[in-house]
Write a protein that binds this ligand. Structure first.
Ligand SMILES: NC(=O)c1ccc[n+]([C@@H]2O[C@H](COP(=O)([O-])OP(=O)(O)OC[C@H]3O[C@@H](n4cnc5c(N)ncnc54)[C@H](O)[C@@H]3O)[C@@H](O)[C@H]2O)c1
Length: 317
């Protein structure tokens, strides 16, 4: 399907939601609906972004408001609505508030955009994708979270800087949950096809990993009031393009594990997947090192425990 035939609805018109809408306009998407509890914010962003269409030669129909009904008929829905991190606040600590918001939004999606792909950006994104999957009742291949594409971009940026090579030559893959327990996979990092293991010392790799793991927090600590928006928005738009393409792309995406790598079936976690207009076509089961498998399972346990703790609190309150 061509972008100009597609309607995308974005819940949350804040930093990331606005940035996503702007990129969708540049890519000439047919219709972009921005929805926010702060309806004036969504309307204002839609006006501001839409007016750039004249100067950039784009024709997207973009509108905003607080009425969820404007998501009706969207083929792709992105959820960025909720509270964000503040310095010192972990992604997992946002769960109770954001899970409620995501559930309410999913009720709307279920009624008004029943055939949509759903991409969750709101943190903690992996756990909220699981919440969205349950709340929509959609097949798991249509519900996913963004985490790994952003984290992989951060890792690639640091590999390029530390090895003094062009970012364009670096490929990297971060799996696991989008949090401090993420899993940057060393054997999947390369510089123009050359395994990064041949060009990076252990020390340099560890430095790149540390910068990646705390990359979101680093940006947050500088802004203080909000987190990163530009690269997260590009990561979401990369997923949207993959979801329009008949040719599958291999990307790290947070999806229901379905038991891959021996993980609990219902856990949503970053895995290498084939993503296309059919949604999540397959999880690629690759021969990971023993340490990486251990770390992947540890990450899944963190996500599963947080989800179960939240759910138990819900049922006892
Ligand atoms: N997964 C990732 O890679 C990633 C990257 C960046 C940010 N995030 C997360 O994305 C979320 C959004 O970040 P942001 O920087 O855009 O935050 P933001 O505060 O700028 O925007 C969030 C918006 O959501 C709106 N909102 C709140 N409740 C709503 C509801 N029920 N319906 C509609 N809108 C509602 C708010 O009014 C606000 O405008 C945060 O949870 C953040 O941690 C995730």
């Amino acid at each position: 399907m061509l972008a100009n035939e597609v309607k995308v609805a974005v819940f949350g018109a804040g930093g990331t939601g606005g940035a996503i809408a702007e990129l969708l306009l540049y890519d000439n998407f047919g219709e972009i609906a921005l929805i926010d509890v702060n309806g004036a914010l969504a309307e204002g962003k839609a006006l501001d972004i839409g007016q750039a269409g004249v100067l950039t030669g784009r024709d997207s129909r973009i509108y905003g408001g607080n009425d969820p009904a404007i998501c009706t008929g969207a083929q792709i829905v992105v959820i960025t609505a909720g509270i964000g991190r503040r310095p010192g606040l972990a992604r997992e600590e946002l769960l109770a508030t954001n899970a409620q918001i995501v559930r309410e939004i999913c009720e709307e999606i279920k009624q008004r955009a029943p055939d949509a792909f759903v991409i969750v950006l709101t943190n903690p994104a992996d756990i909220l994708a699981r919440t969205a999957w349950e709340a929509t009742g959609f097949p798991a291949n249509r519900v996913m979270a963004q985490g790994g594409i952003l984290d992989s971009a951060r890792l690639a940026t640091w590999i390029a800087a530390l090895c003094d090579v062009s970012q364009r030559d670096v490929r990297a893959m971060v799996l696991g949950g989008h949090g401090d327990h993420m899993l940057p996979v060393r054997q999947f990092a390369s510089i123009h096809g050359i395994p990064a293991t041949l060009l990076m010392s252990d020390e340099l790799w560890q430095t790149a990993v540390e910068h990646t793991r705390y990359g979101g927090g680093e940006i947050l600590s500088k802004f203080a009031t909000h987190g990163a928006a530009v690269t997260p928005a590009h990561a979401v738009v990369a997923m949207i393009h993959a979801l329009l393409s008949p040719v599958p792309q291999v990307l790290p995406v947070s999806v229901r594990s379905e038991g891959a790598y021996g993980l609990p079936e219902d856990v949503f976690i970053g895995l290498p997947v084939k993503l296309s207009h059919k949604g999540v076509e397959a999880v690629l089961e690759l021969p990971l090192d023993e340490d990486d498998i251990t770390q992947l399972h540890r990450s899944a346990a963190v996500l599963d425990n947080a989800f179960q703790t939240w759910r138990n609190r819900q049922s006892s309150s």
